[in-house]
Design a protein around this ligand. Structure first.
Ligand SMILES: [Cu+2]
Length: 131
């Protein structure tokens, strides 16, 4: 039974090693005028060359999770994307994702697939709305 606290610590320790999005501008779930960029701050510096970021308009009734999957599967320069292709390939704790000009009103998903320090990929998404 003494192994259980140890195992718990191991599991929690592993979970905390995963890189997270510490903040996003525009804020998740916020409604804003068409932004020129999305800024993501990470819980630790990440290798941008091993990470993928996409911003895409969410179709009517489309779940953010499904939109994120679709967006991450698109080519970096796909016309469906709301972001401009990213060229940064360095180690960074923050990333500016430039957006196409004059985004139409509606919901947008920001999707990421980043490589954690422990080697595991972390995927996730946030949504913001353009008024
Ligand atoms: Cu892991």
């Amino acid at each position: 039974m003494r192994a259980i606290p140890f195992l718990l610590a191991l599991i929690l320790g592993t979970a905390s090693a995963h890189t997270a999005i510490a903040s996003m501008t525009p804020a998740a779930e916020s409604t804003v005028n068409a932004p020129k960029e999305v800024v993501l701050k990470f819980s630790e510096p990440i290798e941008l060359r091993f990470s993928t970021f996409r911003v895409m308009a969410l179709g009517t009734g489309m779940k953010p999770e499904d939109g994120a999957k679709t967006a991450l599967a698109l080519k970096a320069d796909a016309s469906e994307l709301a972001n401009l292709p990213l060229t940064a390939r360095n180690l960074a704790a923050q990333l500016r994702i430039p957006l196409k000009p004059d985004l139409k009103a509606g919901k947008y998903v920001v999707a990421w697939k980043i490589l954690s320090e422990d080697g595991h990929p972390v995927t996730g998404q946030n949504v913001f709305t353009v008024k």
